[in-house]
Structure formats: structure tokens, C-alpha cells
Design a binder for this molecule. Sequence first.
Ligand code: HEM
Length: 401
Amino acid sequence: SRRGLLLGAGGTGLAVTAGAAFGLGRGTAPQPDPEDLLHGSQKIDFYGHRQAGIETPAQAHAVLIAMDLNKGIEGEDARRLLRLLTDDAARLTQGLPALADTEPELAARPARLTVTFGFGRHLVKLLNPDKVPDWLKDLPEFEIDDLDPQLCGGDLMLQLCGDDPIALAHARRMLLKDARAYASPRWMQDGFRNARGTQSEGSTMRNLFGQVDETVQPSKDEDGKEFAVWGHPPAGSSPSLRPWIEGGTSLVVRLISMDLDGWDELARSGKEASIGRDLRVGAPLTGTAEHDEPDFDAKTPLGFPVIEDFAHIRRAHSQAPEEQILRRGYNYDRPPQGDGRISDTGLVFLSYQADVTRQFLPIQQRLAEGDRLNEWTTPIGSAVFAIPPGCAPGGYIGDSL
Ligand code: HEM
């Protein structure tokens, strides 16, 4: 049905509609074009006040590309680069080849491709030194970190997401080709979630520890998302969060390695205790369904807390109205590194919020000070980016700076 297709298509911003596909006008016999119904044909609007790829229901695959601007690049060069990359992204996300595309056939099926731009401190400074937000810098060092400098920072970040790894690989190559006169790759990381169609739309993903991950999000209602991601307080409440620029937000990237071999040694009950939720459906240990509210005061018959003091969800749980983040993570799974382990696995943890200092940092601080998960997880990469607003046709990402 039209409704089913629209829901299946993931809601807002999607350009393919069943009306178009079935030719729902009067008179002519409606003939669906089977090609239009494939996941590959689905497109997410590129132009708009806000960039796509943040609230867009998460696609199955992602590639993050962090680049450094080449020596000698100045504001005008940076603007030229952003114009070029905006043009590429606008075309590729709509199933059109980039200018001088060497493999145009690979662009034909974007499969909900989005390209989201993030700016490091150096780039914002080049574009408009008055606009650099205070929080746009490296996070403070945490004791749990074992950061590889090669997996940190960057002047320009492109978050590519899509349901088809081929479209993604092609977009990555075209964007890098066009960027290379101005910038060089600093780090790159790909990731994946459940493949499209393997579970019903809107289900919460699982990470490679087997946990249901990203249940608690600020997006439960529209007001919550506006507040947490875009800094717009709900009507009637006093404003306490402001975006660094209207239509913009921030992204914290943490590459977190997950010790699956160590995790394997834990009994199921230990795994569940460390997070405070069950593995079967992701219900809090005080409930039965995924979205049940955890009861942090509940005690066992012996008087111990049912959700342990250092369980991940107790430590991560919001302690203030503004302490909310939109998580949009991806799993990674690389070949073993020859250290005797059979996997090199982790999470590309992506957190969107209006203000890094007031929203992300207090949560990260608490987790760094005490979280049972820390025994099996180690942050190895870290970066903070200012996410500029989207742009209108004819404009480019960053033009409002
Ligand atoms: C909740 C896994 C790192 C913030 C959860 C949940 C899981 C999980 C399974 C419970 C379900 C849910 O609501 O999503 C992990 C893993 C991590 C990790 C495996 C590292 C590899 C982090 C980091 C942060 C964070 C670095 C932020 C600094 C949160 C928040 C919640 C949460 C805010 C919701 C807490 C609540 O119930 O209110 N995480 N997480 N997590 N996590 Fe993590």
C-alpha cells in the first residue's frame, strides 16, 4: 500500500513515493515500474535547512572520512572545495553521476545515500573566526582512552551513509577525488548495522556484543529531538540550549574497540548485569519489554540494586534535562591484528547534540569514571565536529558561515 511503502521507505525526506511509482492518476492503467520499488532507487533529499543523515532513519552502511586541509589552503580555497563537494553530494544522493564521473553507472542506485558534512576547528576558523563554538576542540583526556592519533581529529569530515555498499564506495571515491587538490584523508572508518529488510523498519539495532543498542533516544517525541539535537527548547520552557548556528548541531565520534574474546568469557547473566538490560529483547532488568522505563530504585530480595551501581544504563542515564544525545552508531569488524585474538571489533559511536560540553561531556565523564562496560571497551579514536546547516539549491554547505 502507499502507506506501507512510505513507512517502509523510512519516512521524511524520501523522494520516492508510491503515487509516482503506481501512476495513481485517473484514466491510464497504473503500471508500477518495478525498478522504482527497489531499495536502491530510494533517495533522501539533499537540500534543506538541516543536513540529511542525522535524523534520517539510519541506513545499513556508513563510511566516515576525516580529512586535513592541505598546507596553504585559505578561506577562498576552502569555499571552492565545499562548493565542489556539495555539488557531488547533491548529485550522488539523487542517483546522478558526479561531474566527470568515471563510473556513472555506479551512481544510479543511491539507496538512501546521504552525505553529511562536519567541520573541525581549523575549517570553521578559516570560514568565519567569529563563529567557532567553544566546544569545537579535542575532548579532554579520559583514563579509559587509548587513542591512536591517526584515528583522531580532522578539519573536514564527511559522513556517508546508505543502504548499498557499492553506491557508498563510489560516492567515497568521487568525493575523495574531488577533494584531493585541497585536502588529504586523515582517517577513514566504515561500519554497518542490520541490513535493510532483515528486520522490521524502526527496530533498534544490535551491536556486536549482541545487545539491543540505541533504545533510549531523545527522539521519542518531536520536542525532545528539537531540543537535544537542534537546541530548540520546547514551547513555554526557558531556553537553555542554543545551536552554534541556526540549523546546525555537533557530532562527537568515538571509535571504541570491543573485546569480544573477553566478553565471550562472561556468563549471560554477567553480560546483562553489566549493561542493566537483558539480551533477549533489550528490556531493563526491572521490566519485560524494550521500552519499559528502568526502575533504578528496585532492589533484590537481599537488598542489592537490581540494576547495578555501575551498570552502563545507570551511569549513562540523563541526570539533567539537557543531558540528552542522539546516538547513531555503526558496528565495525576488521580482520584480526595478529595478537592472538580472532576479531578486531567495535563501535563507531556517533553522538549528535546541540552542545558538546553540556550534553555529551557529563555523560562521557561519568562513564569514564565508572562503567562496567569499560572492562571490555576501549576508545581508540576520537573527534569533534561542528555540523553546519544544510543549503538551498545553488548554495553550498558552509555558505551560511
Ligand atoms: C545505553 C551499549 C558507549 C551513552 C546503552 C545501551 C547499550 C549500550 C546496549 C542500552 C540500550 C540503549 O538505550 O541504547 C554501548 C556500548 C558502548 C557504549 C557497547 C561502547 C562500545 C557509550 C558511550 C556513551 C553512551 C561512549 C556516551 C558517552 C549511552 C546512553 C544510553 C546508553 C546515553 C542510554 C541510557 C539510558 O538508559 O538513559 N549503551 N554503549 N554509550 N548509552 Fe551506551
